[in-house]
Design a protein around this ligand. Structure first.
Ligand code: SF4
Length: 200
């Protein structure tokens, strides 16, 4: 019997459209997860570490994300990854910023190219909760609004949409104590969702 998600993942792994269109230097789609994942995380785009290791959230942002997941009562980063499908608004590394600091934001054309992978995965995985990591992911699903009007709240029920800030450390958003409190509320909500979905 064919597994639609495996077929989709195989097709996505060979996607090169953004390289063909000159939007990235090298197309190497990065995502991971299983069909029975209860959680679905949507990030912005992989960075150079993820591009090199070909696995999502492996650099500094990944370490910070795993610290947040421990606060949400996952027993380890691996437990979080085992129960979470990890994708992104753009799943190939967009390249370095022209200024020389940080990564280039995902170009609009690449976001358009990539959106059908995300939509197809969400239909097949049917997660209980979707973690919208960063402004781009939150805006894509909830419409434009500042992060401080999103983080700390949950939206919808099937699946629950839970906005989070991006853990990359490049944003100053978490320098504000009120925003750190919003993150704590979001992680408390995630902790309750974790208990409901996987117990323990
Ligand atoms: S960013 Fe998405 S659409 Fe573009 S090449 Fe990579 S997988 Fe394909």
């Amino acid at each position: 019997m064919t597994d639609e998600l495996s077929d989709l993942q195989a097709a996505c792994s060979t996607c090169r459209i953004c390289a063909d269109q000159g939007l990235v230097a090298e197309a190497k789609p990065i995502f991971e997860g299983r069909r029975d994942a209860e959680f679905f995380l949507i990030g912005q785009a992989p960075g150079p570490v993820e591009h090199g290791l070909h696995r999502p959230f492996m650099g500094r942002a990944g370490r910070e994300l795993e610290r947040w997941m421990l606060r949400a009562r996952f027993s380890s980063g691996e437990e979080f990854r085992r129960h979470t499908y990890i994708a992104a608004i753009m799943r190939c590394f967009p390249g370095p910023n022209a200024s020389g600091s940080g990564d280039r934001p995902p170009p609009a054309a690449a976001i358009r190219n990539c959106s059908h992978w995300l939509e197809a995965e969400l239909k097949l995985v049917r997660p209980r909760a979707v973690l919208l990591v960063g402004q781009l992911a939150a805006g894509r699903f909830l419409g434009p609004a500042p992060l401080d009007e999103r983080v700390g709240q949950a939206f919808g029920s099937n699946p629950v949409l839970l906005p989070l800030p991006h853990p990359s450390g490049t944003s100053r958003w978490l320098n504000d104590p009120a925003n750190r409190e919003r993150l704590t509320r979001a992680l408390d909500t995630l902790s309750r969702l974790r208990e409901r979905c996987i117990g323990g």
